[in-house]
Design a protein around this ligand. Sequence first.
Ligand code: GLA
Length: 741
Amino acid sequence: MGITYLEQKKIFKLDTPNTTYLMEIVDAEGFLGHIYYGRRLEDAEGAEELLRTLEGPFTPETNSRDRSSFMDCFPWEYSSHGVGDFRESSVRVKDENGCSAVMLTYLSHEIYEGKRPLEGLPATFGKQDQVQTLEITCEDKCLGLRAVLSYSVFEDTDAIARSVRFENAGRQVLSLEKAMSCCLDMDNRNFDAITLHGSWARERRIERKPIGHGRFSVSTLRGETSHQEHCFLALAAPGANQDQGEVYGFHLVYSGNFLIQAEVNQFDSVRVVAGINPEDFCWRLGGGESFQTPEVILTYSAQGIGGMTNSLHKLYRNHLIRSPYLHKKRPILINNWEATYFDFDEKKLLDIAKESAALGIEMLVMDDGWFGNRYDDNRALGDWKVNEKKLKGGLGRLVEQVNALGMKFGIWFEPEMISEESALYRQHPDWALAVPGRKPTLSRNQYVLDISRREVRDCIMEQVFAVLHSANIEYVKWDMNRPLTDLGSAALPADRQGELYHRYVLGMYEMQERLVKEFPDLLLENCSGGGGRFDPGMLYYSPQIWCSDDTDAVERLAIQESTAMLYPLSAMGAHVSVCPNHTVGRNTPFETRGYVALAGTFGYELDITKLDEEDRAMVPRQTAMYHRFHDLVREGEYYRLSSWQENGSFDCFQVNGPDGKECLVFYTQVLNEPAKKSRIVRLKGLDAGARYRIRVVSMEGGDLIKDTGREASGEVLMYGGFRLERLWGDFRSRIFCLERI
Ligand code: GLA
């Protein structure tokens, strides 16, 4: 690990275990140029030639006549605006004259052990011996603006965290109209863009396509990360696949409007910028004030997409998720949403709890509908008082009874929202986001609370805390069921309305921070109409996020594959639900639903009192399976072996236990086809010199894990392959457990 400054050459060298990142300060003016990001270089001698400063148009020091040509081709570490670089800018600032040019050049730098937190924002962290940080201060003398470019490198994973802090060192008021978290210039290698796109109940599908000249971007203006696009872009060299080839990943640690853009220009170089979406963003920066951008994670892998996945999983597990549940068993929960929707009372819940406890389920989660007069989704958001007509005897009594069954209790909130029909709205109509004179747009018949306002956050959190202190509640599902529209805050002056989107996100982070500080042992699960706010920012507060409202096992194969490309399996909320599935009407075997949910946090979301005998009989085996494998799935290393999204036929991935003794191979056949042979997949990460006993998880009687009588060497399994029999029927699934002998 390490960051070095090669004084003579004015080169910064950042090393992670397998990658190197190089920048150089050029010219008397102090232009900061990007030299290299890729495979680790022990010796960077000669790398400065890659900056092309020895060929025309030359640096301004040598040839100021063609300054503009230099501006438009130099690989900037953080691009300027309005002074000759016509590619995408990283920053745009309006000064008091109404002009908006910015040009940042090197002023000073500092290298230190560890990593400072980012004020008000989620961010990766590490101890002094785990992470090192370089802060390069650049300035625009004309504006009196400073930008501190921050780079943190980790000793245990190939990731670099970048962010920028702006400081107004002058007296005039500056309007920050664009403040990206990073910029990366490099030669284009005919890259493909890999992104995740989707919709409600169809979140995060992998898409790959070549990028050409011009601009390619992913973004959102919904105020949350969104179901539609994800705050992630990878650039993959042609032919790069799971195991081979070069892949650059960019993943933003932010939960609001974002933009990640790749631009290929006239000289065939590519520029990536990533950060807060500049549209509808404008931050007023008075003299002496500062602004912190969110951070973006950069990864480089020479081992294909799988290498990137591995680096991100390590980073998020070791340096982002803070929850006490990170390395702890998550209780097997049963959520009543798909079981009852709004139609429940304490008796129904207790019936579910009794049956669940008897079958090995460990926690009851009471979803939407327990508060105010919330009999449907048209009312009561904002009135976080228990509805004692529904829950006779109150919440305390219900929780006691659930606890007496040996089960924990969890509860649902949607703290950022307000219904028109609520006591809160009647009292504070100006607390909803709204543009003066314009009736705000309803979505799910609700408005968005203006949580940029302290008094709004206080009022909601006081209510939430009162509920949580009133009973032994050990889990919270924090939901957010609509995007932001009608951006207007009754509390902000006209010249600060452009701050509202970001202030909203900061407000939400502050509320979550308060929650986890007040209840340090709480298990928090974030959610947004399913997986509409599944991003690294939210992982800083909750170790798991509800992946999607679509609980169909087949749909989940794709959603979970794509999500697991970036996030550890332990972050993905996954439940077994009933069939026909409530979202797509599909029937899949109960067994398959259990295996698919095991690849996430594992729980149930169904009326267990109505399960047929055969399915009910399987629940204790499924819960036993979770008890047997939860730590392997949570702590293990994940490998994608084959993708149903690509092959249209079956899904297969592997999780290797941290001690190397055991690994699981998850195999799901989506559709069976006649007259085809078995499938052979190559396993990964095994001990080539060892032998493995091949066993299979069984939902039938007898042992949970049964011997198949097969054995194979690590070499055969990795270089030859592992044979997967075709299964009789559609949507059939198996989990193999390979034990090192
Ligand atoms: C969202 C969530 C669901 C459920 C409902 C309740 O859609 O994703 O799981 O909690 O809200 O209204």
